[in-house]
Design a binder for this molecule. Structure first.
Ligand code: NAI
Length: 266
């Protein structure tokens, strides 16, 4: 993918799942990767090892990588994380807001504190990081790229996950607003919108029967893989997507195509 080699990339929530796959993919493209983690340094180090191994497959690839702890919902943590990235890499070119959580509960029963936590991590955290990255891009008078890891649920309603859908549809508004506000500064802001993807956030990922039941709902008949989400993130961050901003690219096997209309029911 053109334009990623030598770029400095920060990926939040990159110790597992889609974030890990994104770190590995960008390292493979020759980018320097800052791997943010929340709780498990060991998992983040595993991501780092995998990213460095992926890079070494490419001849002449010399990626730098760091792991950095931060809770993205906390402004002081976010400041510390960006300072560390600047001091280690000397700057930042690409921010991937990937960190996210989901909690289930009927909308009239779920604890408000759980709703707050989902919004704080998925939406406030992404905003805090985007704000820091934009300040940096403007101060350096350089182009910059922000990719938000949204979801098909920025578009598809999801009963019992109202906090999650609030946070992801909010991400859509943030993506479009920041894209418009900073387009003239050469800053592109886009989202990836994963469908059902086999990662630790989903209980069904390790249960073959539950996984099949999910797959049966998807037009392409299978769940997605984290590497497929990473490929879309790499594309949107690359020069190949130089004229794309303010968009969500759904990677969902057709889940956003109203699958119940596949066969006529009227
Ligand atoms: P995951 O659970 O493996 O990854 C989420 C990561 O975010 C974890 O590494 C976790 O430690 C980190 N995290 C949680 N709270 C954090 C905080 N306060 N600060 C920093 N990091 C924090 O699950 P997955 O699937 O890789 O999720 C990544 C993103 O993809 C999330 O934003 C999720 O909403 C989104 N997504 C996932 C889908 C799926 O089916 N797996 C579908 C649509 C979107």
């Amino acid at each position: 993918m053109q334009g990623l080699k030598g770029k400095n990339v920060l990926i939040t929530g990159a110790s597992t799942g889609i974030g890990r796959a994104i770190a590995i993919r960008f390292a493979k493209e020759g980018a320097n990767v800052a791997i943010n983690y929340y709780s498990s340094e060991a998992e983040a180090r595993e991501t780092q090892d995998l990213a460095e191994a992926a890079c070494s497959e490419i001849q002449g690839c010399g990626v730098e990588s760091i792991v950095v702890q931060a809770d993205v919902s906390q402004a002081a943590d976010v400041d510390r994380m960006f300072d560390r990235v600047y001091s280690e890499f000397g700057g930042l070119d690409i921010l991937i807001n990937n960190a996210g959580i989901q909690m289930e509960g009927a909308s009239h029963e779920i604890e408000v504190s759980q709703i707050d936590k989902m919004i704080a991590t998925n939406l406030r955290g992404a905003y805090l990081c985007a704000r820091k990255a934009i300040q940096h891009f403007l101060a350096k008078q350089q182009p910059g790229i922000i990719i938000n890891d949204s979801s098909v649920h920025e578009m598809i309603p999801r009963p019992k996950y109202v906090g999650y859908t609030i946070s992801k549809s909010g991400l859509e508004g943030m993506t479009r607003t920041l894209a418009l506000e900073y387009a003239r500064h050469g800053i592109r802001v886009n989202s990836i919108g994963p469908g059902a993807t086999a990662t630790p956030i989903n209980d069904w990922a390790t249960d073959p029967q539950a996984r099949q039941e999910i797959a049966d709902q998807i037009p392409m008949g299978r769940v997605g893989q984290p590497e497929e989400m990473a490929a879309a993130a790499a594309f949107l961050a690359s020069d190949e997507a130089a004229y794309i901003t303010g968009q969500t690219l759904f990677i969902d096997g057709g889940l956003t195509l109203f699958p119940s209309f596949r066969t006529p029911w009227t």
